[in-house]
Design a protein around this ligand. Sequence first.
Ligand SMILES: Cc1cc2nc3c(=O)[nH]c(=O)nc-3n(C[C@H](O)[C@H](O)[C@H](O)COP(=O)(O)OP(=O)(O)OC[C@H]3O[C@@H](n4cnc5c(N)ncnc54)[C@H](O)[C@@H]3O)c2cc1C
Ligand code: SF4
Length: 508
Amino acid sequence: MTGTLRPVLGDQLTHGLASLADLAEGDVVLMAEVGDETTYVPHHPQKIALILSAMRHFAAELRERGVTVDYVPLDDPENSHSLSGELARAVARHRPERIIATEPGEWRVWERMGDWESDLDLPVEIRDDDRFYCSRSDFAALTAGNKTGRMEYFYREMRRRSGLLMEGDGPAGGTWNFDKQNRKRLPKGLDLPHRMRFRPDAVTQEVLTLVADRFGGNFGDLDGFGWAVTRADALRALRHFISDALPCFGDYQDAMKAGEDFLFHGLISPYLNIGLLTAAEVCERAEAAWRDGQAPLNAVEGFVRQILGWREFVRGIYWTEMPGYADSNFLNAGRDLPWMYWGGETDMRCMAEVIGTTRRNAYAHHIQRLMVTGNFALLAGIAPRQIEEWYLAVYADAFDWVELPNVHGMVMHADGGRLGSKPYAASGAYIDRMSDYCGRCRYDLKQKTGPDACPFNYLYWNFLIENEDKLRDNRRMSLIYGNLAKKDPEERAAIMRSARAFLDGDDW
Ligand SMILES: Cc1cc2nc3c(=O)[nH]c(=O)nc-3n(C[C@H](O)[C@H](O)[C@H](O)COP(=O)(O)OP(=O)(O)OC[C@H]3O[C@@H](n4cnc5c(N)ncnc54)[C@H](O)[C@@H]3O)c2cc1C
Ligand code: SF4
């Protein structure tokens, strides 16, 4: 062969990928399903099935375009089960002149790519992943002066640069942020959009059988698999979201309801993260819905903020802070992750609801991840690495670059405030305000301490007491610490006793 070998990873399933831009005759695209990637955490079976099936469909689409694809399935007896091993075998098969790849999403793969040139004795070109609004180098430059070191200022700068939701030099509607309008509780009787499910075709069926055989023991159901595995279907899911859910997305962004797993959320993060959809097309279509009068500004701004703001920001933090980012443990949290996260019984209804949707769907929406399972892990002092592994394993959209900052930084505050200026700690009152979970819970939300009290209540104050020396001087925590100071010693002692009894007991 005289051409180029172009490896495409499982989260690079985009026809416009940088490393596929100049495909020429004689080039070979390499795609490999390797054991290293399917087992580095015990992934939810739906996540593995989604990625493998989407990879197989993507390879077929490339072939239809006349591209030569060398595809190594998971059950190929010759499979070395590592990316570098498969690349070496493909080099031996095709004898290319050079390799062109797109930068990976994860640090551990990036490190391995650094060895390719010397290991294979071939020129290796690694191109920027231009599917993001902000490149790694742009983010580093932008945040270096600390002017845009916080998400809000970074987001405003990204609005200016992209022109999204701008009117002249200012934000559409005269304000950058409609968050205050976006915290409504779900009213009774409101019609909810249905989730668009995609019937598995023959390719997906084959993958489902393979995954059931090999990964059926992992946490998570495979039966309800309904994810899109092609770009065409992902676009259908996006159109469905924009017409049926986006108009109410803002109002009920933070709401939770028992038995309703999806509410007005997009369910598009897996498609964005593996490349079936791009951030730009999603944001532009949402903006067009507002300009055409199909969705209100508070909804569209709230949605665009998640992608242009949060998604780009966490990626930037990941790449500027790695490899050391995951090692910090600002609050010295070290408790083992309780079994209930992996499907064990719990009487806490909020936890049972969120872990239940996670098991059924490989999905939970943002406020469930942040304010229920995340909040509990923070308050209970779970070891960051253990809760990070859980989040990385159980969600269909979980990749290190996006999961790690969200869990390590936003949820666990283990980075000491690099990502968020204060921990998102909350008592049961928050969960009650935003959901209907508490009504039929075995615990009593109104009780503050004792065996029947809502555990979030005393764990919240106990967390503040235990971490007082680290958090008291945080300006954004001063009001809360003012309230703690008003508690008399007996109340503090009762809080700590309840927390100790719960954390040392086996009720969870
Ligand atoms: C503890 C925790 C772990 C998370 N882990 C992941 C993860 O592994 N992968 C992942 O894609 N998202 C993660 N998120 C962010 C967010 O919860 C999911 O992106 C969202 O729930 C996906 O569902 P959706 O497509 O219905 O989102 P919607 O609510 O419809 O939001 C639209 C889009 O905004 C983006 N988005 C929203 N919030 C964030 C955020 N904080 N960080 C990055 N992107 C965001 C997503 O691409 C999402 O598809 C995590 C959040 C928390 C609190
Ligand atoms: S009472 Fe407490 S434990 Fe029960 S659902 Fe409400 S917040 Fe969760």
